[in-house]
Design a protein around this ligand. Structure first.
Ligand code: AMP
Length: 413
């Protein structure tokens, strides 16, 4: 049984899809058993060497198959979900609903939404705000509609959780008409993860969400630090697009905007080239020159690679600063929560971030921290005024729960 969001839900199989530019992540969740029956990844769509990695019943299969687009990707996924050996379904009709992660909902989609033709049209309109993400989310929705024509589909938005930001936090100090005419404002991302993790944090601490001030550090290839007050996002680090905020795997995060004009003038780069550099060649990769993967950078840093040492110092210093800023925005702090690939798995990074925050009541327990790898745990000392937690994120679970709530309402209406 799944209790997140005060929803107790039964007896359905929900397929959750997360479609990226060249990948589809999927999970088939049995809501009654609160269990992922199967999960997998279709990778390198439209590229040489595309493959499926499918896991079910404790077994994993990886197979290279030509997959030219998302529609074909979903067909391959279905072949494996129905596979006589690795499958978990006898018939596609066993899928009760499909939940899609959609990155950008703009100002219109402020909560999970049943997908209709009108919704798809609006999502296409929002593609200009998230050109790296939304078109692929829409491609996944259209492909899934073909495979499951009679199954309700729900869009769950990464931006929706941040719709509670106050105006002073989401507005940019630009001429006001840019907001009115073009929707230029902070939207924030990783909202599904921040929502899930902040709910789990309150369950873990045994305190009502309404009474908690929490900072979520979602540290993965993309990075979000988010201030959650009484269950509501009041500020978050990413902006109009997922390029803003902290330093990330390959994205630069916040910069002096003057850097762009300086590069255009002095490095003979046009806007498209600068966009590509800021999104794909910056961040940990750009500084270290080695990798966007913290594991590799830490390895090289141990050997004395100066740029790797610098990349890690820059990364952790920035997260620490954001925690300080958001503690001020919250006017107090009950817990700092680490999640996503780096946050869940790297004691070293967590330790560097928390070092020096003792003045604000953060006391990390190094022994607990070392042990907490990929598991839910408290890693602060018992005396720590601010609790420090590790909570593995589970966006798929929240998408499934939200999808189920909407589907149930349909049945009741
Ligand atoms: P995500 O985007 O949440 O899947 O996170 C992916 C990132 O997590 C990778 O690029 C790595 O930098 C990082 N990561 C995963 N496992 C570890 C680990 N054991 N130690 C440090 N970083 C890790």
């Amino acid at each position: 049984m799944i209790c997140i969001a005060n929803a107790v839900i039964d007896c359905m199989k929900i397929l959750v899809l997360n479609c990226g530019s060249s990948s589809i992540k999927y999970q088939l969740i049995d809501m009654d058993k609160d269990e992922a029956l199967a999960r997998g990844l279709i990778a390198k769509i439209g590229e040489h060497g595309s493959y499926i990695r499918h896991r079910a019943g404790g077994r994993e299969v990886v197979k290279e198959i030509p997959i030219e687009n998302h529609a074909r990707g979903l067909e391959v996924m279905m072949e494996y979900l129905l596979h006589p050996e690795f499958g978990v379904l006898k018939d596609p009709s066993e899928v009760s609903a499909v939940g899609h992660r959609v990155v950008h909902g703009g100002s219109v989609f402020v909560k999970p939404t049943l997908i209709t033709e009108e919704v798809i049209k609006k999502l296409k309109e929002y593609s200009y705000l998230a050109p790296l993400h939304n078109p692929h989310n829409v491609a996944g929705i259209e492909a899934a509609k073909k495979i499951f024509p009679n199954v309700p589909q729900v869009a769950v938005f990464d931006t929706a959780f941040h719709q509670t930001l106050p105006e002073k936090a989401y507005m940019y100090p630009l001429p006001y008409e840019f907001y009115e005419k073009y929707g230029v404002r902070k939207y924030g991302f990783h909202g599904i993860s921040c929502d899930y993790v902040s709910r789990r944090a309150s369950e873990f601490l045994g305190k009502s969400r309404d009474d908690l001030k929490v900072i979520i550090c979602h540290l993965g290839n993309g990075v979000t630090v988010c201030a959650v007050d009484g269950g509501k996002s009041i500020d978050t680090s990413m902006g109009l697009t997922p390029l803003g905020g902290l330093m990330m795997g390959t994205r630069c995060g916040d910069l002096d905007p003057g850097v762009i004009f300086y590069l255009a003038k002095n490095a003979d780069l046009n806007l498209d080239q600068i966009n590509e550099i800021l999104n794909n060649k910056s961040g940990l990769l750009g500084v270290s020159g080695v990798s966007n993967d913290v594991r590799e950078i830490l390895e090289e840093a141990k050997k004395g690679n100066k740029r790797c040492i610098l990349a890690i110092e820059m990364f952790t210093y920035r997260v620490k600063k954001w925690i300080g800023a958001y503690a001020a925005a919250l006017g107090g702090l009950d817990a700092v929560v680490f999640t996503a690939g780096i946050g869940e798995n790297s004691p070293k990074i967590r330790s560097m971030i928390c070092a020096g925050l003792e003045f604000m009541g953060v006391e990390l327990d190094e022994e607990r921290n070392e042990k907490a790898v990929g598991i839910e745990a408290e890693i602060s000392k018992p005396s720590s005024r601010v609790k420090v937690l590790v909570i593995p994120t589970n966006e798929e679970k929240l998408i499934a729960v939200e999808t189920m709530k909407i589907t149930k309402n349909l049945e009741g209406s």
